[in-house]
Each structure stands twice: as structure tokens, then as C-alpha cells.
Design a protein around this ligand. Structure first.
Ligand code: ZN
Length: 226
């Protein structure tokens, strides 16, 4: 089940991050260190880098596991139930828009200002466990998959009316540029890449590829209750 897999990701990541924190705290080089101590501490720093690499690899592995569990679930449940998971309860043949994730907590809203953002917060944040699957909110074409500075690993989905939907801070992606996706197809998974303090989706909605609008308004206008 995705929820259980998400909890495993969160717990394992927490343990690895705690170990990494310990190594970084007690392994930091001191200006007064004797040469032999410095050598030992350089070793600890290498160890910390290796641990960070392993944390990253483990996160990727768990995200992949999560996606496989989600794919199994999808094969077992009907289309109607699947869409209901993403907030749509109407006729499956009439679906246009769904929520980007099945399970989340709303965090930072659109238009906020503060030390976390260079300018106004241009999207809505959805907190969730690392690896939680992200789905296409509507049918469209993937126009970008790339690391984008503060946005981290970002996927841009362009809808037929020209609206761009940005998925930011992902752990990994499951789509490629040029790919056509249908509503509720998995496009990637939640992560904390880029300027992020914890696993979450930063969702942006940009009509005609221009300035962002409040994703909550956009989702509500489509009849959803995010
Ligand atoms: Zn955000």
C-alpha cells in the first residue's frame, strides 16, 4: 500500500539522516586538531559523504518500491476508485482534473512572502512522505524534466489550453520530455530536492505559461476540494 510504503520511506530516511547528523557533528574538523586527528577526521568526512550517497540511493530505491506498490494497487482497483483517491467522484469518462496526490497535508499557500522564498510563493505546497506518487492533474504533454535551482527536480506538464503545471522538489520522475500523459497517470514522486526543508510537492499552475495563479483556486474551479 502506498501509505505504508511512505511511512517506511519516512522512518528509514529519519534514521539515516540521524546517523548522518551524528557523523557530521562529531566528525567536523577542528582548527586545533593534531595532524593524526585531522587524518582521522578527514576519514569521518569521507564516511559522511558516503553515508549521504547511501541515503540518496536508499531514497531512490524506496521511491521505486512505492511506485511499484502503487502500480499493483492500480491494477487491482477500478478506474472509479482510482480517481476517487485523487478527489474526483464523478463519471470516470468525464474526468478532466484530479488532485496531484492521494495523501498529503496542505502547507505553505500561494502568495506568501518570507525568508524561505526569493519572491512571493508562486505555488501551493503539499507535504507528504518522500516517495509518495505524484499524478498528472490533467491530460497533457511533458515539456520539461530537469533540475531547476531552488525548484529542485521539476517536471512541467503543458495542458491542451497552454496552462503549465509545475511539479517541484521531486525525488525522481517517471516521465520523459515529449511524453503524452493522461489524467491521474503517475509522473514522479515527492522529494525534497532544491530549496526545500522537507519532503513536499510545490505545485504551480501557470495559465498560458505566464504568471502563476493560486493552484487551490484552479483545482476548486475544476470542482475539486483540495
Ligand atoms: Zn512551495
Amino acid at each position: 500500500m502506498p501509505l505504508r510504503a511512505g511511512a517506511v520511506v519516512a522512518a528509514t530516511t529519519a534514521v539515516l539522516v540521524a546517523v548522518l547528523g551524528f557523523v557530521l557533528t562529531f566528525g567536523a574538523p577542528s582548527a586545533h586538531a593534531a595532524p593524526e586527528v585531522t587524518v582521522r577526521q578527514d576519514g569521518r568526512q569521507l564516511q559522511a559523504i558516503e553515508l549521504a550517497r547511501r541515503v540518496e540511493a536508499r531514497q531512490q530505491e524506496l521511491a521505486a518500491l512505492n511506485r511499484r506498490a502503487d502500480a499493483r494497487d492500480r491494477a487491482l482497483i477500478g478506474r472509479q476508485e482510482l480517481l476517487a483517491r485523487y478527489g474526483y467522484r464523478g463519471d470516470p469518462d468525464a474526468v478532466r482534473v484530479v488532485l496531484p496526490m492521494a495523501s498529503y497535508d496542505l502547507s505553505a499557500g500561494f502568495g506568501l512572502t518570507g525568508p524561505l522564498w526569493e519572491a512571493e510563493h508562486g505555488g501551493q505546497d503539499f507535504s507528504a512522505g518522500a516517495g509518495e506518487p505524484l499524478v498528472a492533474v490533467a491530460a497533457g504533454v511533458v515539456t520539461e524534466v530537469a533540475y531547476a535551482g531552488p525548484y529542485g527536480l521539476r517536471t512541467i506538464l503543458e495542458l491542451p489550453d497552454g496552462t503549465e503545471v509545475w511539479y517541484c522538489h521531486q525525488t525522481d520522475v517517471t516521465v520523459a520530455v515529449g511524453q503524452q500523459v493522461e489524467v491521474a497517470d503517475v509522473v514522479g514522486s515527492v522529494g525534497s530536492t532544491g530549496n526545500s526543508t522537507g519532503p513536499h510537492l510545490h505545485l504551480e499552475v501557470r495559465p498560458a505559461g505566464g504568471s502563476p495563479v493560486d493552484p487551490m483556486d484552479w483545482l476548486r474551479a475544476a470542482g475539486l476540494s483540495p
